[in-house]
Every structure is written in structure tokens, then in C-alpha cells.
Design a protein around this ligand. Structure first.
Ligand code: GLV
Ligand code: MG
Length: 327
């Protein structure tokens, strides 16, 4: 282990992050009863410019008046390049900051973006006498943000999570797609011809590098990495495949841009009964090995060692939190 210890952010269950447009009061009401672990009330890209002010009022009202049943709540403010942003922070935090857990910063480009929001939040919290400090979630969705992802992740002790915003990222990097997530038929490899001259087309994952890079920056700073939206909400298999790839790479959850994606993401980012059982058996086997003075043992014909304990502990802890939430 390095002499540098990575401080872990405030722990939260974050298998799902449900996006709800602040301009739609019916959706806000419905979201308050959702199974999502985290809900973000949006003031940014799902709200058209003429509706921005009303959406801000709706969000403040929803935070204060709806019964959210202890759900984790976030508000996505507008970008730092717009004049909406300062009022989003000032009005929402002054009028409903005690109801809010997180602020989501879109299109985070540099560590100074985070510094600026941190400063504003700190002043408002102090002026209002709030004792709870609001955490920050950053969307990495521009080439600039990806270039500076490590500095952004390290920019504030308020930081909790990094999110891959695939739609804006595609626009910023000029990736050749108009979909929100998913694959591209031109991004493939061809196998060498077999004896009959046949070749297979294997599609690749165009988002692999971006998500893997964001995961490293998040984990190196004790933050949660999350995969962002999957636009085609009628394509359950496509969502499942994308979520599984993100989960295997280390993401802790995924956005739901439609209520139908919530239960799916909860399921895909929860450890299975088999995985939990295996993790518990690893902990038992390692406890026994350590009592006998051994550093590594075999379980089910495979080597496990001290590193396996940490992985197993994370899995068991997560299972306990999910069970406490009701499954
Ligand atoms: C999310 O904000 C995205 O741009 O994908
Ligand atoms: Mg975006």
C-alpha cells in the first residue's frame, strides 16, 4: 500500500440516479416515490431556456413540499458558462438547501469550476447556518473535462461522484454518433479469414476508454464513478449490456432517464446472491487461514489472498446496505 491513503467520500447507495426535468411537476411528484437510490432534479439540459426560471421555482417547491421518504436528492444546476447558474445555486440552496444532499455540476471542465461552486456553497451554508454540507457530483462530458478529470476529482472535499455524460461527450469529442450511448457498426474489428475465407465482425465499445479513465480518476480520489444516460429506453437489452460493461469496469451505478430503467439498474448494480455467498465464504476461508498463519489459501480450486478480503468486504457491506433499504 502507498503511504498516501485515499480518503473515501460519504458512502451512499448509488446504483441508480434518476433524472427528472424540473419543468415537469407531474414527473417530480412521481419521482418522489421512485425506487431510485439517488434522484436528480434537473435545471439544465432537459429544461428549455424559456422554462428555466419556472423550473427553478418548481424544484425549490418540490424539495420543500413533497415527501421524498429519505431518498438522496441532487439538483443539476446549469453550466458555469450560463447566467442561470449563480441563481440556481443561490436560490436553491438558500430556499431548500437543508432538504438537499448533492449538487450536480454539468460539463465540469477544470478544477476551478468545482472551486467556484464550492466557494458559493460554503458562503450560503454559513450564512444560513446549515450544519449539513452539500456534496458535489461532476459530469465528465467534454474533452476538456476528460483531460482534467483527475484534477476535477481531487478539487474539493465535497466531491462524491463522477458521471460519464455520454451525449455531451460525443458532441464535444465529435464522436461519429447521434445516439445517447450504445454502439456504432463502424467501430468493429474483422477477424482474419478462416479456412473458407469467412470473416467475423466483432463490434467494439466506443465508450470503453472514457469510462475506464473516469473510473480510475474517481477511485483514486475515493469517489463513486457512475455511467450516464442510455437514450433508447425501449431497448432493455441494450441498456442491460451497457450497464453490465460499466459495472464490470468499476462503475457503481447508472443513470435512469426513464422510470422503466430504475429497477433494471438497481438489479444490475446489486451483487447477486451467488456473489454475496462467495464473498462470505472468502472471508471465512481467509479468517481461518490467518489463524493458521497462512497469507493465501485455495477456495473452489482458486487462489485467494489478502486482496480478496478487501473485495469480499466491499461486496458484503454493499449487500447489507441494500438489504437494509429493503432489497
Ligand atoms: C448527460 O448529461 C449527457 O450529456 O449524456
Ligand atoms: Mg450533458
Amino acid at each position: 500500500m502507498s503511504f498516501t491513503i485515499v480518503e473515501q467520500c460519504t458512502p451512499r447507495l448509488n446504483r441508480t440516479e434518476l433524472a427528472v426535468p424540473g419543468s415537469n411537476t407531474t414527473f417530480l411528484e412521481k419521482a418522489s416515490k421512485s425506487n431510485a437510490d439517488v434522484i436528480f432534479l434537473d435545471l439544465e439540459d432537459s429544461v428549455a431556456p424559456p422554462d428555466k426560471e419556472q423550473a427553478r421555482k418548481n424544484v425549490i417547491e418540490a424539495l420543500n413540499d413533497l415527501d421524498w421518504g429519505g431518498r438522496t436528492l441532487s439538483v443539476r444546476i446549469n453550466g458555469l458558462d450560463t447566467h442561470y447558474m449563480y441563481r440556481d445555486v443561490v436560490d436553491v440552496i438558500e430556499q431548500a438547501g437543508d432538504k438537499l444532499d448533492l449538487i450536480m455540476i454539468p460539463k465540469a471542465g477544470t478544477s476551478e469550476d468545482i472551486y467556484a461552486i464550492d466557494m458559493l456553497l460554503t458562503q450560503i451554508e454559513e450564512a444560513k447556518g446549515y450544519t449539513k454540507h452539500i456534496g458535489l457530483e461532476m459530469i465528465i462530458e467534454t474533452a476538456l473535462g476528460m483531460q482534467n478529470v483527475h484534477e476535477i476529482a481531487a478539487a474539493s472535499p465535497r466531491n462524491e461522484s463522477l458521471h460519464f455524460g455520454v451525449a455531451d461527450y460525443a458532441a464535444s469529442t465529435k464522436t461519429r454518433t447521434t445516439g445517447i450511448g450504445g454502439c456504432h457498426p463502424d467501430y468493429h474489428v474483422l477477424t482474419d479469414p478462416d479456412a473458407e475465407g469467412r470473416r467475423e465482425v466483432h463490434w467494439g465499445d466506443i465508450w470503453h476508454y472514457a469510462i475506464a479513465r473516469m473510473v480510475v480518476a474517481a477511485r483514486a480520489n475515493g469517489l463513486r464513478p457512475l455511467d450516464g444516460p442510455f437514450g433508447d429506453f425501449s431497448d432493455t437489452d441494450g441498456f442491460r449490456a451497457q450497464a453490465n460493461r460499466a459495472s464490470v469496469l468499476g462503475c457503481e451505478g447508472k443513470w435512469a432517464i426513464h422510470p422503466s430503467q430504475v429497477d433494471l439498474a438497481n438489479e444490475l448494480f446489486s451483487p447477486s446472491a451467488d456473489e454475496i455467498d462467495k464473498a462470505k465464504r472468502i472471508l471465512e476461508a481467509m479468517e481461518k487461514a490467518q489463524k493458521e498463519g497462512a497469507g493465501a489459501v485455495a477456495l473452489d480450486g482458486r487462489l485467494i489472498d489478502i486482496a480478496s478480503i478487501k473485495q469480499a468486504e466491499v461486496m458484503v457491506k454493499k449487500a447489507e446496505i441494500i438489504a437494509a433499504k429493503g432489497g
